[in-house]
Design a binder for this molecule. Sequence first.
Ligand SMILES: Cc1cc2nc3c(=O)[nH]c(=O)nc-3n(C[C@H](O)[C@H](O)[C@H](O)COP(=O)(O)OP(=O)(O)OC[C@H]3O[C@@H](n4cnc5c(N)ncnc54)[C@H](O)[C@@H]3O)c2cc1C
Length: 381
Amino acid sequence: MNFDLNEDQRLLLQLVRDFARNEIGPKIADYESRHAFPTEIVRRMAELGFLGMTVPAEYGGTRTDYLTLIIALEELSRVSPTVCLITSVHASLFCNSILDFGTTEQKKKYLPPAARGEILGAFALTEPGAGSDATGLKTRAVRSGSEYILNGTKAWVSTGSEADALIIIAKTGGEAESAKLSAFIVEKDFPGFRVARIEEKMGLHSSVTAEISLEDCRVPAENLLGGEGRGAAVALHGLDGSRIGIAAQAVGLSQQALELAVRYAKQREAFGKKISEFQAIQVMIADIATLAEASRLLTYKAANYYDRGLSYSKEAAMAKLFATEAANKIAYLALQIHGGYGYSKEYEIERLYRDARVMTIYEGTSEIQRLVIARNLMKET
Ligand SMILES: Cc1cc2nc3c(=O)[nH]c(=O)nc-3n(C[C@H](O)[C@H](O)[C@H](O)COP(=O)(O)OP(=O)(O)OC[C@H]3O[C@@H](n4cnc5c(N)ncnc54)[C@H](O)[C@@H]3O)c2cc1C
């Protein structure tokens, strides 16, 4: 498997790297400290075509192969895991789900404005009482003439309060066991849609995470995505792809932590020497670099399988599991190298340590990734 970047990928990588350093870097700390959504940054990303990277040209997008998207997400995450998450949810979970499951009308209606960044997308599966176990969802969608009426509460929706349209998973059909999951494209202006509250989180402060209340929310029947009873397929397929994006988010954060740790070790002195001269510090740096590189290779491999049209569910879960667990170890070690200063908000590593923590939880916890990997292995052998 060859991961040498081609000319197009190198150009895009440089474009995203320059944008992240010059336009996200100087502003993001202020947004994070205010827990404010980085609207201005997202608008600039739209202008540069970064929000349309999963949307084909016929729908006005700048669709690239998946590896290129992953490299772009990694670069964004080096400077801001928050901006990376906003982009990944929009491009992978929202746009890709419509592209893969939508009718021609749905694609024509939602993809061009999504590619231009005129509408921002989100994805709402989790509820207060059900996260890993989607069979426990309580949100119901009942058909009434030309509409579905949705009732329920969606929790932990990334970009939830800022999104113009969301893919919402709800139960349709009979009561209890016979009910099936279905997916809907819900616009924020549909009657009965309400942002109920904003979560106060440990990290990723600018990625505004919302609880959404649906009270007799009226959704046109033509906004059913993928057909009635196909919600589990929409969600699982979307998550398989976007997990590679979360792995890339972890790789970007890990790379940044490595660079911060090396830079700090080369300037800090103790016992009359630079701390980079101590073998104990060198061992930590070697472990960080090795974990980061292994994470990157697993992530690129999953993207490569995606691009080649191979089954990639197991590879995506392995990449997400390894890269997000590694990012937490890496952030811990890199902070350790910073000593007491690592615990100060004045040093970037403090934010990386907090931002890394959620990565082993959202889009399927590490425990769920292990189940996905094991299930795939049982099927294969
Ligand atoms: C910042 C943030 C952003 C998020 N963004 C979104 C979003 O945009 N859209 C969305 O739909 N959701 C989102 N989520 C929700 C996230 O996907 C869930 O939190 C996650 O899937 C876990 O669900 P839970 O919190 O209900 O935990 P639970 O499912 O209650 O799990 C609790 C613990 O039990 C373990 N566990 C559960 N089942 C098993 C099992 N079968 N075997 C072994 N262990 C198990 C879990 O691994 C975990 O350790 C977000 C969450 C956070 C924190």
